[in-house]
Design a protein around this ligand. Structure first.
Ligand code: ATR
Length: 276
């Protein structure tokens, strides 16, 4: 019997137990995946006693991603690039970590808009938090020549760009619309639009028709940002896929089966979000 969990503070909102619980049932695996509320001051003690508590690993969410990264003895390149971890596992008593947000984002983008890289055009990214770091890393890994980064506070974007080198270029927040018109992909990684609060304020009417517009916000499933892009005829990619796909590597690691993000699982989580 293998047990994994997701830890955060708060943790009530997490949909990870629904995702992993679905896979455990689907593949007939004897295991559990639970949520555990861990206060920031308890994180070190919790991770040090993971095995004692019967866990082979865990997912980590807000606000523990950076601290979990620091607490791990072995770090995957994915976590090193982002400076934060969301997936932890024990191997011979040693705590390992990875960041699977990059994998989750890029996998879903490529599944939904396989031609996104056909035009050799810049990628535009809104935001400079942890999610932006994971996504910048993904596009750089995919070979994108130029990433345009826009953030309300320019200094934070500049710090991110500095960590990733000259292919990431920082621009003022007010230029996010005009400088994204020719983008191959425009991604929102800010919290604007979450629960329909705030407006990204981009007019898509002059955008290149092949621009793919994506949002990592998934409540609501179609944000106002995505709806506006869709109304201009642009391809859109919602935030649900990243949530689902980022869970795959952890499940494979803990339970030994690489799970499928099936239509049934997508419908299950979609219904949960819509019913919330
Ligand atoms: P995460 O780690 O999940 O990516 P975060 O670190 O809290 O989240 O980052 C949130 C992002 O949303 C930041 O880029 C933030 O901009 P600042 O760095 O300037 O704070 C952005 N954001 C939040 N509220 C915003 C708003 N009202 N207008 C523009 N950007 C906003």
């Amino acid at each position: 019997m293998k047990n994994a969990c997701v830890i955060g503070w708060p943790i009530e909102h997490s949909r990870s137990p629904l995702i992993h619980g679905y896979w455990l049932k689907t593949y007939g695996i004897e295991g559990t995946y639970t949520k555990v509320a861990v206060k920031p001051e308890e994180l070190g003690g919790f991770l040090a006693s993971l095995a004692e508590r019967g866990f082979c690993g865990c997912n980590v969410t807000v606000p523990h991603k950076e601290a979990a990264y620091r607490a791990s003895a072995e770090r995957d390149a994915s976590a090193v690039a982002v400076g934060a971890a969301n997936t932890l596992w024990l191997d011979g008593g040693t705590l390992h970590c990875a960041n699977t947000d990059t994998y989750g984002y890029m996998t879903y983008l490529t599944e939904r808009a396989s031609n996104w890289a056909l035009r050799d055009a810049p990628v535009s990214i809104l935001g400079a938090g942890g999610a932006a770091r994971a996504i910048v890393y993904g596009f750089l890994q995919a070979g994108v020549g130029e990433i345009r980064l826009f953030n309300r506070s320019r200094e934070r974007a500049a710090a991110l760009a500095q960590a990733f080198g000259p292919r990431v270029r920082v621009h003022d927040w007010h230029q996010r619309g005009p400088l994204s018109q020719n983008a191959s992909v425009l991604v929102n990684t800010t919290s604007l639009g979450l629960k329909s609060a705030g407006d990204i304020g981009i007019d898509f009417s002059a955008f290149h028709s092949a621009c793919v517009v994506s949002d990592i916000v998934y409540v609501p499933l179609e944000t106002a940002f995505l709806a506006a892009a869709r109304l201009q005829g642009l391809a859109t990619v919602d935030g649900l896929g990243m949530l689902l796909h980022q869970a795959v590597p952890g499940f494979a690691r803990w339970f030994g089966v690489c799970p499928e993000v099936s239509g049934e699982l997508t419908r299950l989580i979609r219904a949960d979000i819509e019913g919330a």
